[in-house]
Design a protein around this ligand. Structure first.
Ligand code: NDP
Length: 315
């Protein structure tokens, strides 16, 4: 076991973490960035990214994250392939333990652990990942222009995704397990009125099919009842919108979380309820969840940490 002292510990390596690394290292704070279980974060699972400013021809998710990582290293961010498994924020400097038992003694911590989209848990979701299965319409919707797609879920996110997709796709099915939409009235009304959205109530997806990518979904309507029926829909894209789970379990009891587990920050600052602990990116953002908004909060968190250290004469 090693004890490692640092002024800034960045936990997470998505756009928020890497941007925090770039800013903190350019401020000469010599940050340590821990990559976590999924180096590069959620974007490494997508294919083309076409909505991140500065890439007029689009960029592969993995390539963009490698470049952000290189940019953080260029200015002196020390990157380690470790995951934080335990923290103690009860006094400063903060103590964070990684998966190999090393302890980081940090003057400030920037949490950028992201969020994970929830999936149904079907083996076909894994089989067709990147081949028609997606959990982000804003990221991938463009590839389904004039095609048929389905969105799973009946909440506000599902409605938003369906409405967005309806402006691109020929037809959008919403697969809703109940006989009503949980979404707010305004969103419900919008999807109900949109001509190319068809809502399939009381339906569950049991599988996907297709040769090289998704070509359709097997659904069951009224599952478990005496009028249960099977139906197949023909689709090219299958979008999950059944919620996200912020990756914040390890911080529970140490920083304030909202009822969905997102870290509460004092917007527009990235401060948490623990002075010296900041949060950026999707772990603190239930609303926007875009690479560019994450990068923006990563920048703010590094600047907030820098100011905090200056105020405490620790710069
Ligand atoms: P929600 O939890 O509100 O909705 C999730 C939806 O997915 C529900 O319809 C749920 O069904 C369905 N679902 C969950 N698990 C499964 C499953 N295993 N199989 C099939 N369906 C499933 O999540 P959202 O992401 O939609 O919203 C999260 C929060 O963010 C909400 O408070 C929402 O209001 C807010 N939000 C607000 C927006 C806005 O104001 N513009 C935009 C987006 C989100 P069931 O209803 O049966 O449980």
């Amino acid at each position: 076991m090693e004890e490692i002292k640092t002024k800034v510990l960045v936990i997470g390596s998505g756009p928020a973490g890497c941007t925090a690394g770039i800013y903190a290292s350019r401020a000469n704070l010599k940050p340590i960035l821990l990559e976590g279980e999924q180096p590069g974060g959620q974007l490494t699972q997508t294919t083309d990214i076409e909505n991140f400013p500065g890439y007029p021809d689009g960029v592969q998710g993995m390539q963009m994250m490698n470049e952000l990582r290189d940019q953080a290293i260029r200015f002196g961010t020390e990157i380690k392939s470790r995951t934080i498994v335990k923290v103690d924020f009860s006094s400063r400097p903060f103590r964070c333990e990684d998966d190999r038992g090393d302890i980081y003694i940090a003057e400030t911590v920037i949490i950028c652990t992201g969020a994970s989209a929830k999936y149904l848990g079907l083996p076909d979701e894994t089989k067709y990942m990147g081949l028609g299965v997606s959990a982000c319409a804003t990221c991938d919707g463009f590839f389904y222009r004039n095609r048929n797609v389905a969105v799973v879920g009946g909440g506000d996110t599902a409605c938003e995704e369906a409405l967005y997709l309806s402006t691109l796709a020929k037809k959008v099915y919403m697969i809703v397990r109940k006989d009503y939409l949980r979404a707010s009235n305004v969103m419900k009304k919008r999807v109900e009125e949109r001509e190319n959205i068809e809502i399939l109530y009381r339906c569950n997806t049991v599988g996907l099919f297709g040769e090289e990518g998704v070509e359709g979904a097997h659904l069951v309507r009224d599952k478990g009842t005496d009028h249960e029926e099977n139906l197949d829909i023909s689709i090219d894209g299958f979008f999950l919108a059944i919620g996200h789970k912020p990756n914040t379990d390890v911080f529970k009891g140490f920083v304030e979380l909202d009822d969905q587990g997102y870290i509460r920050t004092a917007a527009p600052c990235t401060s948490t309820n623990v002075p010296g602990v900041f949060a950026a990116g999707d772990c603190a953002d239930p609303i926007y969840r875009q690479a560019v908004t994450s990068a923006g909060t990563g920048c703010r968190a590094a600047m907030d940490a820098e100011r905090y250290l200056m105020d405490h004469n620790e710069f």
